[in-house]
Write a protein that binds this ligand. Structure first.
Ligand SMILES: Cc1cc2nc3c(=O)[nH]c(=O)nc-3n(C[C@H](O)[C@H](O)[C@H](O)COP(=O)(O)OP(=O)(O)OC[C@H]3O[C@@H](n4cnc5c(N)ncnc54)[C@H](O)[C@@H]3O)c2cc1C
Length: 486
């Protein structure tokens, strides 16, 4: 039996590995000349950059793919646990280091914010409970099959429905429980992990914190792209066939089934099953020519980003891998992104420096700065002029907080706008995480992993259930392989 996968994003590669292990003949068709989609890499001179994701959590999900293929993951892929999750900075001079060591983390909270550690411990305990009650229902199964709801896990969750705090926003929950403006901002930030606003996403989303605090954060040896690289090598080793520069341009439907896909407007490929790893918007509008639609296409898109990749020479900072320079008005920042569709004039700046951990990523006495701000999805903004203004704002903000010169150290740059993100990976409007979770029912409104209208197609990746982000995309591949097996 043959499976044709459209797209070699992380969801597509992981699905290929699982389905090959189930005995299918698997072919992956990718429009770019490299694998990984958003999770890819490039070089600017002697500086290496990860193009998209920078935060790695739940590495056991990657290891599992080697285990089911009877391979030792350590022969392909290695990573280390970070001692510091993130360094936070505010314009008023306040600083906070989020240590992974629990004792150090709580000591730092008491020292910097004068908040008893018991307050945050209680808050995190609730996050853990939310995660444990929902993990099996929301993350590991299709939400759109009756069997998901007829079991003891769901009953247990229903009996504990109050714990989920679904009637309040994440920001409200954080304000009521943490009562310190710096801590509230730190914990509100987790809404951005799936491209949402803390002032809209439900309080249930505090479970995201649990992932970071419980499982820890990691950096792959060689950088984030090694996740793609190692899984791509594993897939090839077990016999998956990859076809690059092979854009799927059309899907032919007959009698509620895909009959064939067309590559580069020319070659026809027949298959028993088809897996879409592309944004569902692209799937319905471009590949099916709007002949069939799905209600999830109307859902609000997640936020996007503007990214500056900066080659920094002769610089020595005491920054870490992940650093955040907060906006002084977080609420206005999210209003600007989701209501006005504009980048805020005092944006929160995320600065990721892999050369702090991956020594070959930048030459001696240099650093590779990945500087990202949250942006609205592409809505015909003039990104060239926005980026010019934004660059000055970012430089001024970091220079002031760190008291260093940036302009004189910046020797080369590349910039990515939401429109570029759209073009490179066909992610509709450049959204990082498919649809947002700004609605109480977002999880249920997200596109399912199968189609009721087309029998032989399944969906994985960031625009479908359970959502965007590397761990969830990996989990989507498990859900579809289970659906196909059953
Ligand atoms: C800037 C940025 C920062 C992020 N930060 C994080 C982070 O820190 N941690 C985290 O976990 N997640 C992060 N994410 C989200 C994460 O990158 C995505 O959720 C995940 O990588 C999406 O994977 P996917 O399987 O949906 O495929 P995608 O990466 O979307 O890839 C889809 C693939 O399909 C190909 N394709 C599209 N159309 C066609 C076609 N017609 N024919 C053939 N091929 C096609 C594309 O070229 C692409 O290779 C970030 C994303 C971005 C962009």
């Amino acid at each position: 039996m043959k499976v044709a996968i459209i797209g070699s994003g992380i969801g597509g590669i992981c699905s290929a590995i699982r389905l090959k292990n189930q005995g299918f003949d698997v072919n992956v068709y990718e429009k770019n000349d490299y694998p990984g989609g958003k999770l890819s890499t490039f070089k600017l001179g002697d500086f290496r950059f990860d193009a998209g994701p920078s935060l790695f959590t739940m590495p056991h999900l990657v290891d599992e793919l080697f285990a089911i293929s009877n391979e030792n993951p350590r022969k392909f892929f290695n990573y280390k646990k970070k001692k510091i999750h993130c360094k936070y900075f505010w314009d008023d001079g306040k600083k906070f280091t989020a240590y992974s060591d629990k004792k150090k983390f709580f000591n730092e909270i008491e020292k910097e914010f004068d908040v008893p550690s018991s307050t945050v411990k209680g808050y995190l305990k609730k996050a853990e409970k939310k995660y444990n009650l929902t993990e099996k229902i929301f993350l590991k199964k299709s939400l759109h099959k009756l069997s998901t709801y007829i079991n003891t896990d769901t009953l247990k969750a229903l009996f504990n429905v109050n714990i989920f705090q679904i009637n309040k926003t994440l920001s409200k929950v954080n304000s009521e429980e943490l009562k310190n403006k710096y801590l509230i901002q730190i914990f509100n930030r987790y809404a951005t992990y799936n491209g949402s606003s803390p002032y809209k996403t439900p309080g249930m989303m505090s479970l995201i914190q649990h992932l970071e605090n419980h499982y820890g954060t990691y950096i792959p040896e060689g950088g984030m792209h090694e996740i793609t690289n190692s899984l791509f090598n594993l897939a090839k080793k077990i016999g998956v066939k990859f076809h690059f520069k092979s854009e799927v341009t059309k899907l032919k439907i007959e009698k509620n089934e895909i009959k064939f896909l067309e590559i580069n407007n020319d070659k026809k490929i027949l298959s028993n099953y088809f897996i879409s790893n592309v944004d569902t918007h692209h799937f319905y509008t471009k590949l099916l020519g709007n002949n069939i639609s799905h209600r999830s296409l109307k859902s609000e898109r997640s936020s996007s980003a503007v990214i500056f990749y900066w080659c920094m020479k002769n610089i020595k900072t005491d920054l870490d891998l992940h650093n955040i320079f907060f906006s002084s008005d977080y609420k206005k920042e999210f209003e600007s992104i989701f209501e006005k569709k504009q980048i805020y004039n005092d944006p929160t700046v995320y600065l990721n420096i892999t050369s702090k951990d991956v020594k070959n990523d930048a030459p001696k006495n240099s650093e590779n700065w990945f500087v990202m701000v949250n942006a609205p999805h592409h809505a015909n903004q003039n990104w060239n002029s926005e980026i010019k203004i934004l660059k000055e704002i970012i430089i001024k903000k970091i220079e002031k907080v760190l008291n260093i010169d940036i302009k004189g150290k910046l020797i080369k740059e590349k910039v990515y706008s939401p429109a570029d993100l759209d073009k490179n990976t066909n992610s509709y409007l450049g959204s990082l995480y498919g649809t947002s979770s700004n609605d109480l029912f977002s999880s249920f409104l997200r596109h399912p992993n199968f189609s009721k209208k087309i029998k032989n197609v399944f969906f994985c990746g960031g625009s479908v259930h359970p959502g965007g982000g590397i761990p969830l995309c990996i989990l989507s591949s498990k859900i579809i392989s289970d659906l196909i097996e059953n």
